[in-house]
Design a protein around this ligand. Structure first.
Ligand SMILES: [Zn+2]
Length: 367
């Protein structure tokens, strides 16, 4: 589809919202871009919506940027090609590529990020940490000049989606940590973070209440006030390893990663292997970031491997598309997999508990 045949309509809607943080004004403009072809049909090609702004810390190498770009494009192709997606919710994405060894460059890049918002997305600037009027209490500027947007605890932030296009905010902010060359990790970490954009794009417009969105995404259940990583992080971890291995044509890489995230401690501080922490700890669906985040992430990835081995890969993507209806996690899981999520997780746990390493490894795909 040629760009020239497209019409771009930007609608500014005013919605009445309830905000969880009180720095946000009551009414926020929500930018919705509808892209149609010359025939008036809504485009389902993500390239027509694509809007990525790359911000680069001063000392980042060209190789890092090339590698980042390669895996951003790869992730977009893998994740954004489904015509059922809400393409209006995927972009803009602002990527901040940091140098993990250069803290000052991360502080400088915060200034660049804020200038970019101020010049291009004024409303988002106004309600963000960038706005000097908001820089007090938790959002106060540190003595070293850092704002906590691309920095944390006196160092550059680790990779994360640190802002989401919701509540009238313009953009996702994908913070990308640099890695040591030849840096395969920047490849799979990029897939991981882009996976979160895929997940979020299906539901961010459904509510202004973050908790309500988390209840749909399976990160939260009811109103117990806890956050559970397994269902949102598990697939991001699993597909980051699987797709990266497929892309580099090295399935040993995938097997080695999946083996080590379960059978080693996946740490540098001599804790028990993940599998022991899991089998002696809470149920996977009760693991929180505080109780043992690594178990939530890594065993979550193994739960995806288990589901996919039985059901194939498609249902997981159908689950996320189905979140577009606002269906709660519990009901959505039941609709897609035909079983209560607790029952499925318990069966998975029995499988992990009662089989040897070789049998557990045998459920992984081989190509
Ligand atoms: Zn994640």
């Amino acid at each position: 589809m040629k760009k020239s045949s497209l019409y771009l309509i930007t609608l500014v809607l005013f919605t009445s919202c309830t905000f969880s943080d009180d720095t946000s004004p009551k009414n926020s403009p929500m930018e919705t871009t509808v892209i149609t072809t010359a025939d008036g049909i809504r485009s389902t090609n993500y390239l027509d919506y694509r809007e990525i702004k790359l911000l680069r810390a001063e000392t980042v190498t060209d190789e890092t940027i090339d590698f980042l770009n390669e895996y951003v494009e790869f992730s977009e192709k893998k994740l954004f090609s489904d015509p059922r997606l809400k393409f209006e919710n995927i972009y803009p994405i602002i990527i901040a590529q940091l140098d993990r060894n250069n803290y000052q460059a991360a502080i400088d890049l915060e200034t660049e990020y804020c200038d970019y918002l101020e010049n291009n997305h004024e409303y988002t600037f106004e309600i963000s940490k960038c706005n000097p009027d908001n820089q007090f209490e938790d959002w106060a500027k540190k003595e070293d000049g850092s704002l906590g947007i691309l920095t944390e605890d006196g160092r550059p932030m680790g990779s994360a989606i640190n802002a989401t296009k919701r509540e009238g905010k313009c953009c996702y902010l994908f913070v990308s940590e640099s890695h040591d060359e030849p840096m395969p990790s920047i490849g799979y970490v990029t897939i991981h973070e882009m996976f979160h954009i895929f997940q979020n794009s299906n539901l961010i417009d459904l509510s202004d209440d973050r908790n309500a969105l988390d209840n749909i995404a399976g990160k939260r259940r009811g109103d117990d006030g806890k956050k559970y990583p397994f269902w949102k992080e598990g697939p991001a971890v699993y597909y980051s390893y699987l797709w990266y291995a497929r892309e580099i044509n090295d399935f040993d890489y995938f097997k080695n990663e999946m083996r080590s995230v379960l059978f080693s401690c996946y740490c540098g501080d001599g804790q028990a292997p993940i599998i022991d922490r899991y089998l002696n700890g809470p149920k996977l669906y009760d693991v929180t970031w505080e109780s043992d985040a690594d178990v939530g992430y890594q065993v979550g990835a193994w739960f995806v491997a288990y589901l996919n081995n039985i059901n194939g890969e498609e249902p997981l993507f159908d689950f996320w598309i189905n979140t577009q209806t606002g269906i709660l996690f519990e009901d959505n899981f039941f609709e897609i997999y035909g079983k209560d999520y607790r029952t499925y997780v318990d069966e998975f746990e029995d499988f992990i508990r009662n089989n040897d390493e070789e049998t557990i490894m045998s459920i992984l795909p081989t190509s």
